[in-house]
Structures are given as C-alpha cells and as structure tokens.
Write a protein that binds this ligand. Structure first.
Ligand SMILES: Cc1cc2nc3c(=O)[nH]c(=O)nc-3n(C[C@H](O)[C@H](O)[C@H](O)COP(=O)(O)O)c2cc1C
Length: 218
C-alpha cells in the first residue's frame, strides 16, 4: 500500500504510555461511505488550521472505506504533517511473534487510551447500526465498544443515501448515540454521489474541522 512508503510502519507494538506528550491526540476513522473520498480534503483543512506541535492524528480505515481511496490519496494522506499512524483491522492481530502473548498490548485498548477525541467521518449506515447494538468485529467497532466515556468524546458525521437515512431504523440509532453522549453532525441535503437528491450528504469538511477544534480546545 502506498502509505507504507510515506507513513512509517513498525512492528513494534503500540503502547499509549510510550506516546504521551503535550499534543492533542485525534483518532480519525473512516467507514464505507462514499464521503470517504473527502478524507484528503479533511486532512488538508486540518493541517491548514492546526500545527503538528498541537495536534497528532492516527487514522483508522475500515476495510470498506479503503475502496474509496486511491494510491495517490494514500500518498497525500501519508504526507500530511499531522498524520502519524494509519491503522487497519489486520494491525489488531500483528503480534511480533505471530501469536498473542501476555506481553502484547491490545491495540483497540491502547488507541482508546491514547485518544483525546474519536471522530468517525464519514459514519456509514452499517457502522451506525453495528455500534448501536454493541458489535465489535473489527478495530473501529472494538475501539467504540471499549470507549472510556468519562475521559474522552466521540463525534460522528453520518453519510448515506437518502433512503438509508430516512429508513425507520435510523432515527432510533441516532438517538441511541446521542443518549450515550456522542455528538452527531447531522447530514445535509444535496445531490448525492449516486445521483439521488435529499438528506444524507456528509456535513461540510469545515464543520468537522471546527468541531474538532472546539472539542479539543485548540
Ligand atoms: C460505491 C459504494 C458507495 C457506498 N456509499 C455508501 C454511503 O455513502 N453510505 C453508507 O452508509 N454506505 C455506503 N455503501 C455501503 C457500505 O460500503 C457497506 O454497507 C459497507 O459494508 C460498510 O462497511 P463499514 O461500515 O464497515 O465501513 C456504499 C457501497 C458502495 C459499493
């Protein structure tokens, strides 16, 4: 993958306690919504707004979301000065000796300890459903399920087809997230990538950036 050329990858297990510094730590996740194509734009806007001295970003890409990022996108993402690590599901199981031993940190727990804020932008209908019923098959869902609600916040930006958004199951799931304390950046009405027009487009990148700045007080 192109990112391996631009983002240093290491087999050294990630321990949150080894990465304590004065910077704010943003865990930014993408899911299998077409709005993932805006990730390079979002990161570019973040790097124009915040300095690497104040903010560090770790990315989690769900397996589906990788389909929306070209090799050129991944190179651009890897070159972003704020981005220090990119995580995928396979990293959960990448133990130095090939098998889990008691000394091995658990990645989804370490990322939760490291992060000051988790932002899922875009949040797909599938991950919305999964998280609200407590599913945790995959790195992002495991982080969400293991979240320390008393210590750090979660912001999500749903993005999906209008009929997915207006499906009767959606409103209850959104209310569940809000009741847990999740900040939901409600989707906007627009002509969607599929050609349909209606509510379901991800909120603007500038809104996500402003929300991150406000939540992290930077
Ligand atoms: C081309 C394409 C575009 C898609 N766009 C969306 C979308 O905008 N929102 C959404 O919720 N699902 C969308 N999907 C469906 C998700 O990718 C699918 O439900 C996937 O399993 C989500 O996985 P994840 O939630 O684990 O990332 C799209 C699928 C395809 C093939």
């Amino acid at each position: 993958m192109a990112t391996t050329q631009t983002i240093p990858q290491t087999t050294t297990p990630f321990l949150a306690s080894d990465h304590q510094d004065s910077k704010k730590h943003l865990l930014l996740a993408t899911t299998g919504s077409v709005a993932t194509i805006k990730l390079p734009q979002l990161l570019s806007a973040l790097s124009k707004t915040f300095s690497p001295e104040t903010l560090t970003i770790h990315l989690i890409l769900s397996p589906s979301s990788k389909n929306f990022l070209s090799p050129a996108d991944l190179c651009e993402i890897g070159a972003n000065p704020l981005v220090s690590r990119l995580w995928s599901d396979a990293d959960e199981w990448a133990f130095p000796s090939g098998v889990y031993t008691r000394e091995c940190p658990v990645l989804h727990i370490e990322l939760r300890k490291w992060a000051d804020l988790l932002v899922v932008a875009p949040l797909s209908a599938n991950t919305l459903s999964s998280v609200t019923v407590g599913r945790c098959d995959g790195l992002l869902l495991s982080v969400l399920r293991a979240w320390d609600w008393a210590r750090a916040g979660i912001v999500v930006a749903p993005a999906m087809n209008t009929l997915m958004w207006t499906h009767p199951v959606t409103s209850g799931q959104v209310e569940t997230l809000k009741a847990w304390g999740v900040e939901v950046l409600m989707p906007v009405s627009k002509v969607l990538a599929c050609g349909d027009e209606g509510v379901g487009g991800m909120v603007g990148v500038e809104v996500v950036v402003e929300t991150i700045g406000g939540r992290l007080r930077i």
